[in-house]
Design a protein around this ligand. Structure first.
Ligand code: MCA
Ligand code: AMP
Length: 499
C-alpha cells in the first residue's frame, strides 16, 4: 500500500526536519511519530499546540499516522477565539511540547506531551503505522476521504470556520505541486511560516516529508535567517508570504550574502496574497532570480501556480494545477469563456484538492458551492489568452489579507464593541507596502472626551482574538456613516477611495 509519507516507511538516515538545534532523520521521525501515534490512537480528534517547533511537526505526522484528525491551534490565539475553536472541534486530547504552558480550554483536555527523541526500540505495539490513504490512484477510498486536518479560517462575519481536509486533498495538492515545481527528495525547503495554516503546515512541512526531502524551519522569520539557511546552509527552496519577500527586497541592496543566497536557490515561491510587481522586479534586478507565485486557499489547498520552466510572469498566479478545474463566473452565475486578460469573473474551482466541509456548518458548506461541485473562492480574476490567471481583487470587501493572514472585519468589530470605551466600530483594510493590507479601526468612543488609546484597543483585540488581528491604526469619529436602514457605509468613511 502506498502511504502519505513513503519516506517514513523507508525510515532512512536522510535528514527530514530541522528546527534550530532539533534535527530528525526519517528514521528518527518515524520512531518519534510512530510512538506518539500509538498513544493517540482512538483519541477522536487532537488539538495540536502549533508552535514553530519540531514537536508540532511530529505531532501532526503522528496524528496522520494514527488516522486521528488534528486541529492545529495558533499558540497566540486569544481567549474568545480559543474557546470557539476548542468548543467547535471538541478535541479529545491536546498535543504539546513538554515545556508548553496551555491556556484554559486546552489545559482542561487530556494532555499528551510530544517526545521528539525516541530511542531505537521505543515504538510500542508493533511499529509504525503506514498512514495509508495517500490519495494515489490505488488508495482505498475510505482512508483517503477520512478527515486528516481541521484548519480554522476567518470569514467576513462570525467566528472562524473549521475547514475539514482529507488525506486525498492533501496528497492531491502536494503531488500536483511536485509536478509544477519539479519538487524532489533532493530539495531542502527553508521556511519561517506559522504552522497553524495551510501554507506553513501542509505545504511547508507535509510537502517536503511527502517528497522525502528536508525542511528547515527558522522558528521566526528574519532576513538574516533566510540568507544563512538558503546560502551556506544548502537550502534549495524558499516559501514565504509577500510581506517576507517585501522585507527581503528592502534588504537586498545592502546585503551581499542575501543576494548570493537567493541567487543560488532553485525555487523562490510566494503565496497567500499577491506579491506586488515592484517587489518581484526588485528581487529579479538584484538576484537575476524570479519569485514564482502560486494561488491557494485553506478550503481548496493549491489551485494554480506559475510552472517551473516557461519563465516568469510577475502579477500572474499561473495555470491551474494538475487535476484542478478552474472557471470564471459572472455575478448572475453564467460562465465566462473570455481569455482576453480583461473580462473579470469570480474564480470557481473543483478537483481532488478541495476540502470536505466546514465543521458543524452544513449551511455554510452548501452556500460555498455552485452546482456541479464548483467552489466559490470569492477571488476575482481575468484569464490571458494562454490560460494564465491574474487575480484582480476580492468579492468581499470585509475580508482583509494582512501579512498573508486572512482576517474578517466582522470578528474584529465584534471584539472592539466589547470594549467598554467603544460605542461603535467599523474595520477596514488599507493598502500597506509591508503587510499588503493593514487593519484600520474606526471607532466612536463611548465618551468623546476620553477615547480609548490605540494601544489599549490593540491589546484588547489581541487578548480576545490574536495579535495579527489587532488594529494597526485607530481613527476616531463622532458617528459612523450609515444608510437609511442603519447599515454602516464603509465606503463613506473619510479617506476611503470612494468617500
Ligand atoms: C504584537 N505581538 C504581540 C502584540 N503585538 N503579542 C502580544 N500582544 C500584542 N498586542 C507580537 C507578535 O505575536 C509577534 O511576535 C511580534 O509581536 C510582531 O508581531 P506582528 O507585528 O504581528 O508581526 P509582523 O511583523 O506583522 O509579522 C509579519 C509576518 C507575519 C512574519 C510576515 O505576518 C506572518 O508570519 N505571516 C504569515 C501568515 C501565513 O502563514 N498565512 C498563511 C495563511 P513574534 O515575532 O514572536 O512572532 S493563507 C493560506 O494558508 C493559503 C492556503 C495560502 O494560499 O497560502
Ligand atoms: P486563506 O483563506 O487564508 O487560505 O487565504 C486564501 C486567500 O488568499 C485566497 O482566497 C486569495 O484571496 C489569497 N491568495 C492566496 N494566494 C494568493 C496569490 N498568490 N495571489 C493573490 N491572492 C492570493
Amino acid at each position: 500500500m502506498s502511504a502519505l509519507f513513503p519516506a517514513l516507511e523507508a525510515a532512512s538516515g536522510r535528514p527530514a526536519l530541522r528546527f534550530g538545534a532539533d534535527t530528525l532523520t526519517y528514521e528518527e521521525l518515524a520512531r518519534a511519530a510512530g510512538a506518539l501515534a500509538v498513544r493517540i490512537r482512538g483519541a477522536g480528534r487532537v488539538a495540536v499546540w502549533a508552535t514553530p517547533t519540531a514537536e508540532t511537526a511530529v505531532g501532526v505526522v503522528a496524528a496522520l499516522l494514527a488516522g486521528v484528525p488534528a486541529v492545529p491551534v495558533n499558540p497566540r490565539t486569544g481567549q474568545r477565539e480559543l474557546a470557539h475553536i476548542v468548543g467547535d472541534s471538541a478535541p479529545g486530547a491536546v498535543l504539546a511540547g513538554t515545556a508548553d504552558d496551555l491556556p484554559g480550554p486546552l489545559a482542561a483536555l487530556r494532555r499528551i506531551d510530544v517526545d521528539i527523541d525516541v530511542p531505537a526500540g521505543g515504538v510500542p505495539d508493533g511499529g509504525v503505522p503506514a498512514a495509508g490513504g495517500g490519495g494515489r490512484a490505488e488508495e482505498g477510498r475510505e482512508d483517503a476521504e477520512a478527515p486528516a486536518l481541521i484548519v480554522y479560517t476567518s470569514g467576513t462575519t462570525g467566528p472562524p470556520k473549521g475547514v475539514v481536509l482529507s488525506r486525498r486533498a492533501i496528497a492531491a495538492s502536494l503531488d500536483a505541486l511536485e509536478e509544477a515545481w519539479r519538487w524532489t527528495a533532493d530539495d531542502v525547503l527553508v521556511h519561517a511560516l506559522p504552522l497553524f495554516h495551510v501554507h506553513g503546515l501542509i505545504l511547508g512541512i507535509l510537502g517536503p516529508l511527502r517528497r522525502g526531502g528536508e525542511v528547515r524551519h527558522l522558528g521566526a522569520f528574519s532576513v538574516e535567517g533566510v540568507a544563512k539557511e538558503l546560502g551556506d546552509g544548502g537550502g534549495t527552496m524558499l516559501f514565504g508570504v509577500p510581506t517576507m519577500y517585501h522585507r527581503i527586497a528592502e534588504a537586498l541592496p545592502h546585503d551581499p550574502a542575501l543576494v548570493r543566497a537567493l541567487t543560488g536557490a532553485r525555487l523562490l515561491v510566494s503565496g497567500s496574497a499577491a506579491l506586488p510587481v515592484r517587489d518581484h522586479e526588485r528581487i529579479a534586478a538584484a538576484t537575476g532570480r524570479t519569485v514564482i507565485e502560486r494561488y491557494g486557499m485553506t478550503e481548496t489547498l493549491m489551485n494554480t501556480s506559475i510552472p517551473v520552466g516557461p519563465g516568469p510572469r510577475p502579477g500572474s498566479v499561473g495555470l491551474p494545477l494538475r487535476g484542478v478545474g478552474l472557471r470564471l463566473v459572472e455575478e448572475d452565475g453564467s460562465v465566462l469563456d473570455a481569455h482576453d486578460g480583461e473580462t473579470v469573473g469570480e474564480i470557481q474551482v473543483r478537483g481532488p484538492n478541495l476540502f470536505t466541509a466546514y465543521l458543524n456548518r452544513p449551511d455554510a458548506t452548501a452556500a460555498a458551492f455552485a452546482d456541479g461541485g464548483w467552489f466559490r473562492t470569492g477571488d476575482m480574476a481575468v484569464r490571458e489568452a494562454d490560460g494564465y490567471v491574474r487575480i484582480v481583487g476580492r468579492k468581499a470587501t470585509d475580508l482583509i489579507k494582512s501579512g498573508g493572514y486572512k482576517i474578517g472585519a466582522g470578528e474584529i468589530e465584534n471584539a472592539l464593541l466589547d470594549h467598554p470605551d467603544v460605542r461603535e466600530a467599523a474595520v477596514t483594510g488599507e493598502p500597506d507596502p509591508d503587510l499588503g493590507e493593514r487593519i484600520v479601526a474606526w471607532v466612536v468612543p463611548a465618551d468623546p472626551a476620553r477615547p480609548p488609546a490605540p494601544d489599549a484597543l490593540a491589546a484588547h483585540v489581541t487578548a480576545l482574538l490574536a495579535p495579527h488581528k489587532r488594529p494597526r491604526e485607530v481613527r476616531y469619529l463622532a458617528a459612523l456613516p450609515r444608510n437609511d436602514m442603519g447599515k454602516i457605509l464603509k465606503k463613506a468613511l473619510p479617506g476611503t477611495p470612494d468617500a
